[in-house]
Write a protein that binds this ligand. Structure first.
Ligand SMILES: Cc1cc2nc3c(=O)[nH]c(=O)nc-3n(C[C@H](O)[C@H](O)[C@H](O)COP(=O)(O)O)c2cc1C
Length: 183
């Protein structure tokens, strides 16, 4: 079955390591016939959730007017959400986390347009040479997936990846492409 997949990337670095991982994942998924969109959230102007709770009284709609509007139509139509981020101080990048926080608007009981996302995946890269340094980010992802009732389809962590292009060393992109192919 062809799936609709949205990849949200969190690095501000153009053509950086995580972006390359995202593109490899996308290639694998597209080769299997899935429909894949990628949005680089760091290029967008997305404000943090203000906890105004207006979405909870206004049918699940956030009252903030910003570039979240570009993501919304895709978020509301896809089956699979893939989060891709560099490790920033042992967590998901602030740019991506800011977009994730805005999903709060979809958690209201009276939300008229609940998300249809059923599955999710996480792809990360970082300078650290062991996966244990990614545990904070992985926990955040796992708890979020549980809370949102997304079935976790897997996690790919590219370690010892620092300078732009480091991800080309080793077989990270092959792994990311294979991950996309089995999503
Ligand atoms: C603000 C900042 C914080 C970072 N924090 C970490 C970290 O805590 N652990 C780590 O292993 N790498 C850290 N890094 C390194 C990046 O995760 C690494 O360079 C990664 O490959 C960048 O991916 P990108 O090219 O997609 O931006 C940090 C980099 C920046 C700019």
């Amino acid at each position: 079955m062809n799936k609709k997949i949205l990849i949200l990337t969190g690095s501000p670095r153009k053509n950086g390591n995580s972006d390359m991982l995202a593109d490899a994942f996308m290639k694998g998924a597209q080769e299997k016939g899935h429909i894949v969109n990628k949005i680089e959230v760091a290029k967008l102007n997305i404000s943090g959730c203000t906890a105004c709770e207006m979405c909870w009284t206004k049918d699940g709609a956030c009252v903030q007017c910003d570039d979240m509007a570009e993501i919304k139509p895709l978020l509301e139509s896809v089956d699979v959400l893939v989060l891709v981020s560099p490790l920033y101080f042992f967590g998901i990048s602030a740019q991506l986390k800011t977009a994730i926080d805005r999903l709060c608007a979809y958690c209201a009981g009276n939300c008229k347009k609940p998300l249809n996302i059923k599955e999710s995946a996480l792809i990360m890269c970082g300078e650290c040479d062991e996966e244990r340094f990614f545990s904070g980010a992985i926990d955040t992802y796992r708890h979020t997936a549980d809370y949102m009732k997304w079935k976790d389809r897997g996690i790919l962590i590219a370690t010892s990846v620092t300078a732009k292009g480091d991800v080309l060393q080793g077989d990270w992109l092959t792994k990311a492409q294979a991950f996309g192919a089995r999503i």
